[in-house]
Design a protein around this ligand. Structure first.
Ligand SMILES: [Mg+2]
Length: 320
């Protein structure tokens, strides 16, 4: 099955003239990831502005689905603006806002323990949730005989009822944070367990990858026996949010564009979308060709968004 999916996978500029026309007519909505596709850590990816303008001019609806909750919505909009792209707030799916939306939908009244960036926590606070984090003080380096008491005093909740544990990207994450989350989840089976981004590796550039929250979510799942509700890509819960928010009735008429196989292509598969992998971010071509899981394979791939410019230019010449 994987072999067949791999054989069917085509670079968009290797399509025949007829196949290019069919491809461009096969979707009404283009949903795109952001990091590694529109920009990377060194700046915008050349040609993105022009490509998106051509897609908009061709009547395609655009939406942007990021797993990156480290940046505020205003920062997202500024970044879009600097690229010459007009993106409205309702076209951007932000992981922290998805978490807020979900917690409101289940009428969460209790405190939320959050492992995440200050940006993420601020979104929860602004929405009216009581947010707990930390502990910030060091674990006591104690030789006291009663170690159980030392641990209990440090990790147990005192007074505040915690109704949800939320974990997302947090570059300051510590063993203390994980222990705290573990205690909340173990002590109360009704405490909701939510994860945002599930990335194991966050690619920065060719010289540096950062360890993502995926491994830490695994630690919490394995030590508590609980399963996180995934509100980032490729989560099922996010798929429901996206299909509803953008009123998608025909998933096959959506093209999902991203640079990561598990998150972006996995999410596209889950939603029943067509999938296009951009080689401009976290997936080198040899990794794409080595992929054996058909759920993580795209239908199409391209070097970058700039390939759409060539695709449109050449398709226009054909029509002339
Ligand atoms: Mg990406």
């Amino acid at each position: 099955m994987a072999e067949q999916a791999k054989t069917d996978m085509k670079h968009i500029l290797q399509l025949t003239k007829e196949a290019r026309r069919i491809f461009l007519n096969s979707f009404d909505t283009l949903m795109s990831d952001c990091d590694g596709v529109l920009w990377n850590f060194t700046g915008p990816i050349p040609g993105v502005d022009k490509a998106l303008q051509l897609l908009r001019a061709d009547g395609k609806k655009l939406a942007f689905i990021s797993n990156n909750g480290m940046r505020t919505m205003e920062e997202y909009q500024k970044k879009f603006h600097s690229l010459g792209i007009d993106a409205h707030e309702e076209e951007i799916v932000h992981p922290a806002l998805t978490a807020v939306h979900y917690l409101k939908s289940i009428q969460m009244r209790d405190a939320v323990y959050c492992i995440g960036t200050e940006v993420f926590k601020d979104y929860l606070r602004t929405a009216g949730f009581k947010v707990l984090d930390g502990p910030k003080e060091r674990f006591p380096d104690s030789r006291e005989a009663n170690q159980v008491r030392v641990y209990t005093d440090y990790f147990e909740q005192h007074g505040t009822k915690v109704g949800a544990v939320v974990i997302d990207i947090d570059v300051n994450l510590s063993l203390q944070n994980l222990m705290k989350a573990k205690c909340y989840l173990e002590r109360d089976p009704n405490c909701v367990f939510i994860a945002g981004a599930t990335d194991y590796i966050i690619p920065l550039d060719s010289s540096m990858d950062v360890i993502g929250p995926g491994y830490f979510i695994d630690i919490l799942e394995r030590t508590t026996g609980r399963k996180a509700l995934i509100l980032g890509k490729p989560g099922k819960a996010l798929a429901q949010v996206v299909l509803k928010q953008f009123q998608i009735t025909e998933p096959k008429r959506v093209l999902f564009v991203g640079d990561m196989m598990p998150q972006d292509m996995g999410f596209g598969t889950r939603c029943g979308f067509q999938k296009l992998l951009m080689l401009s971010g976290g997936t080198p071509k040899d990794a794409l060709l080595a992929q054996d899981d058909p759920e993580q394979l795209p239908n199409y791939y391209a070097d970058s968004f700039a390939d759409f410019i060539q695709l449109y230019n050449e398709s226009m010449h054909i029509e002339e």
